[in-house]
Ligand binder design. Sequence first.
Ligand code: G1P
Length: 289
Amino acid sequence: MIKKLRKGVLPVAGLGTRFLPATKATAKEMLPVVDKPLIQYAIEEARAAGIEQFCMVTGRGKTALVEYFDVAYELEHTLRERDKTEALAILATTHSEPGSITTVRQQVPLGLGHAIWCARAFIGDDPFAILLPDDLILADQPCLAQLVEGYYETGGNIVAVTEVPREQTNRYGILKVGHDDGRLIEVTGLVEKPEPKDAPSNLSIIGRYILMPEVIKYLALMDRGAGGEVQLTDAMAKLIGQQPFHGMRYKGRRFDCGDKIGYLEAQVAFALKRSDLADAVRAILKNYV
Ligand code: G1P
């Protein structure tokens, strides 16, 4: 029987060094795309996929992420007194179900695998989703919801994948591919950040995963992989052959908001999707190109 997916883990302990100085005193996940911080896109995508319980793996200097989903009592009181109903409605989108967000701390930056291991008590014996908020995905059906559909078809582990240029395989987790029906791909191996000459394909994992809790016992070994870090990809690779493991070509466009160009492109793409902004943005862009 396939267990219902209710839990989501959001690793948000990263230092955001690629966005200094902006990230000196704020979390990179609080950087907005148009008018919403990256973390809210991730939480909304998770909710749309049926996730009810969230665990943010945070670190020092990340308290804004916790504050953000709280009720800002004084602010709301003031807005109510001033009849600012529109602003109140916008704020309401940041409220979370009482008790639905927990946090754990990753005390030392030992890698993504270590961050997920830090959430092991939250995960328990349940399947769980991982969303990396840096990966922002513009899609008609939110990416994680697509993955959930795949999960109920295949059971087991499933990750979102996309083709990347060969020369970029050393930035991603890369799949070794078995049967491929164009949408769902049987994964026969996984390698973290291989050089193009060693890459088993050019299909890369992007930051959406549905994993079985057994991955934790492999993470607990704390084996160091690419970059000297505890890699999630390496622990996932150990599940292959024991449990179903699939990749899914999702429908949508992914923006790497951990990178300046990806982040700037996301601003344009998301603004062009907004009926209140699209025309003005298009007019501005014409002035520059
Ligand atoms: C992480 C994962 C990698 C994955 C990528 C997606 O890498 O380790 O397997 O392809 O996210 O964004 P990072 O971007 O943290 O280096």
